[in-house]
Write a protein that binds this ligand. Structure first.
Ligand code: QAP
Ligand code: CO
Length: 170
């Protein structure tokens, strides 16, 4: 089922998500709905809070080297923890909850994480490149944070100006 994506400045996006306790059918339905919703909206990552579910659940589905987005490459992440950060990198980020705005954000370039899959199996992995960036972006959603809150003062001003202009236009 396709769900509605919550957009800025909806206060739901500020909620802190809670740990998943049960790896049951309800969780599987949530993950399936998140995937359907993300794909229809042309996303590569989505956190559950973006469809108003305050649970520590996120999905990431990066395009492959041929630039095709394959469901085989979908990563479902439950209750993630970052154990270690290394380096830093700059990437022009976007977010389905802040449509049509993109800006450079600085993040760690390498992370070591643990998380659970949809069946509750514990996984430990290291990520770099776009996967590391996407995972940090999505994990910020679980804390109630958006990428626009990580911008420098001047870039944040630029965002506020653009957003106000857009509200007037609509
Ligand atoms: C998070 O972002 C992310 O404004 C996922 O009009 C960010 O899927 C992962 C999107 C940076 C890696 C790097 C945004 C689609 C999708 C828009 C997204 C839009 C249509 C954003
Ligand atoms: Co986002």
């Amino acid at each position: 089922m396709i769900r509605e994506i919550i957009t800025y400045p909806n206060k739901i996006l500020k909620e802190k998500s809670k740990e998943v306790e049960l790896f049951d059918e309800a969780l599987h339905t949530l993950l399936d709905d998140m995937y359907e919703t993300m794909i229809i909206k042309n996303g590569i990552g989505l956190a559950a809070i973006q469809i108003a579910q305050a649970q520590n659940v996120l999905i990431i589905n990066l395009p492959n080297q041929e630039d095709e987005q394959k469901k085989d490459d979908l990563i479902e992440i439950i209750n993630p923890r970052i154990l270690e950060y290394r380096g830093s990198t700059l990437y022009t980020e976007g977010c389905l909850s802040v449509p049509e705005f993109y800006e450079d954000v600085e993040r760690a370039e390498w992370i070591r994480v643990t998380y659970h899959d949809r069946n509750g199996k514990l996984i430990e992995k290291e990520y770099d490149g776009l996967m590391a960036i996407a995972l940090q972006h999505e994990m910020d959603h679980l804390k109630g944070e958006l990428f626009i809150e990580k911008l420098s003062f001047l870039k944040r001003k630029k965002f506020e100006k653009e957003w106000k202009k857009r509200l007037k236009g609509k």
